[in-house]
Design a binder for this molecule. Structure first.
Ligand SMILES: NC(=O)c1ccc[n+]([C@@H]2O[C@H](COP(=O)([O-])OP(=O)(O)OC[C@H]3O[C@@H](n4cnc5c(N)ncnc54)[C@H](OP(=O)(O)O)[C@@H]3O)[C@@H](O)[C@H]2O)c1
Length: 333
């Protein structure tokens, strides 16, 4: 396993991390097989995957609870637990309580990386930053992270005296908006980049070949038409371009004899500024296949080809790094 230091911290995170949203949030992901989940978590730790990402929001705490239950006490010190506080719980009154409840559910005395899940709309950074620092001084959290912060958000956080070792953002071959501003800003300011949705929730794993086959909740991003139920962006979407792009990546993966999920993760692994890739997986088989992305570097020619294939989609999506909201209402600023 390869490891990277997250920003200025001494957190040595594996370059492939374990996304734990899938475990516990049955309303989004359906039911998982508990035995299979335990097996994949044990396997992940044994093979050196040490960063586990969850959030109080996932399954209303159930993801944290299951993770807390499944990580054996003797293995706790080997891993980095990253969880997130929801934006509506960032007030003075609620933030400390949220952190303490996460600690209880995770069955641990400390959270290694405590992240603000989305920039809160109604709570100022002046209010949040001192509380995060207090939690850190008390040893309840080791490091502060942010998630879904754009450069304006990051600049403001820094100006108000905030620190962060990482920013967690949505980034993959079908969504390259963070390349315009967020990743360069993070690189310049020594902020680790944790990537979420690296497989576009299965679309880049070859799970479906038409929009209709994609589960409803996984087709709400700006790629899909505003007429799809559950979308919030009010845009036309670019369904045809999205499917054509997936088909072209698929064709390349077949030509190279590399599974499309492996190719997609490999491409991310070689993007400058990316620290760790958080992949959601529910079986040992999926994790094993995802780890293959680390085996050998991608040929620079293949990297360029993938950049070329996905460029029209990158251009369509533009700089707005909010995958679900239009430019005007974007929560990532
Ligand atoms: N900060 C944020 O706002 C935010 C937002 C989203 C996610 N996250 C975090 O990022 C993690 C990853 O994102 P994500 O889970 O949304 O998306 P993802 O990692 O792109 O997709 C995960 C899904 O892809 C499928 N998959 C994974 N490996 C596969 C393989 N080798 N072959 C075939 N299918 C495979 C599985 O679908 P099936 O389960 O259907 O098999 C899995 O549940 C989450 O668990 C969560 O921790 C954070």
């Amino acid at each position: 396993m390869e490891y990277v230091l997250l920003g200025s911290s001494n957190l040595r995170a594996s370059v492939i991390a374990f996304g734990a949203w899938q475990i516990g949030d049955t309303s989004f992901w359906g039911k998982s097989d508990e035995k299979e989940v335990k097996e994949v978590i044990d396997y992940a730790i044994d093979i050196g995957v040490n960063l586990f990402d969850t959030a109080e929001m996932y399954g209303s705490g159930e993801s944290e609870t299951q993770l807390g239950r499944m990580i054996a006490k003797e293995k706790r010190s080997k891993i980095i637990i990253a969880t997130k506080v929801s934006p509506q719980n960032c007030t003075k009154e609620l933030l400390i309580r949220s952190c303490e409840e996460s600690l209880k559910r995770l069955n641990t005395d400390y959270i290694d990386l405590y992240q603000i899940h989305w920039p809160p709309k109604d709570v100022s950074f002046e209010e949040i930053i001192p509380i995060m620092k207090k939690l850190q001084e008390q040893g309840k959290i080791r490091f502060i992270g942010i998630s879904n912060f754009g450069i304006q958000n990051m600049q403001e956080w820094i100006e108000k005296g905030g620190t962060m070792v990482s920013n967690q953002i949505g980034y993959n071959l079908l969504f390259r908006s963070p390349e315009y501003e967020i990743i360069p800003f993070c690189r310049d300011n020594n902020i680790g980049v944790l990537v979420y949705m690296p497989l576009m929730q299965g679309l880049l794993a070859g799970c479906w070949s038409s929009v209709e086959e994609i589960p409803l909740l996984r087709r709400r991003t700006r790629h899909f038409s505003k007429n799809r139920p559950g979308t919030r962006h009010d845009e036309e979407g670019c369904e045809r371009l999205t499917i054509e792009t997936v088909q072209a990546i698929h064709a390349l993966s077949e030509h190279l004899e590399i599974p499309i999920a492996t190719l997609s993760l490999s491409w991310l692994k070689w993007q400058k500024g990316v620290s760790s890739i958080i992949v959601g997986c529910r079986s040992k088989k999926q994790l094993e296949s995802n780890l293959e992305a680390l085996l050998k570097p991608l040929d620079p020619e293949v990297l360029s080809l993938l950049n070329e294939i996905t460029y029209p989609l990158k251009r369509y999506m533009g700089k707005n790094a909010d995958m679900w909201e239009n430019e005007k209402n974007a929560r990532i600023r």
